[in-house]
Design a binder for this molecule. Structure first.
Ligand code: ZN
Length: 115
């Protein structure tokens, strides 16, 4: 009996945590919007009633951009704009890191020559 009581107390503590807040959020009114990708897949994410509905959505099945227009789905770009921006930032950072490493190597080389 003592062990069972302990478990019950532990369980109630979990319920009173962040999980409880998530449950309250689910009760907010939501609306489902259908998006169609180039492959004819339908994605139907749901949004909060007061949320701004995006023009496009990533297909849940293949990851291609999908639009609400079933007849005219967006054509698949080589790289998604958001990802390409991230990739650009990462690339630039690695270039800067590479340049710094190269500069260090050159300085070390020069010092060795001076000695
Ligand atoms: Zn798809």
């Amino acid at each position: 009996m003592v062990g069972a009581g302990g478990n019950a107390i532990r369980g109630s503590r979990v319920g009173a945590g962040p999980m409880g807040e998530a449950e309250r959020g689910d009760t907010a009114p939501r609306r489902r919007v259908s998006y169609f990708c180039e492959h004819g897949h339908e994605s139907a994410p749901s949004f909060a009633a007061d949320a701004e509905i995006p023009d496009s959505w990533d297909c849940v099945r293949c990851g291609l951009p999908a639009s609400q227009d079933r007849e005219h789905p967006p054509t698949a770009p080589r790289v998604e704009p958001y990802k390409s921006h991230l990739a650009y930032v990462k690339e630039r950072r690695s270039d800067e890191d590479g340049a710094a490493l190269l500069e260090e190597a050159l300085q070390a080389l020069r010092q060795r020559r001076n000695l």
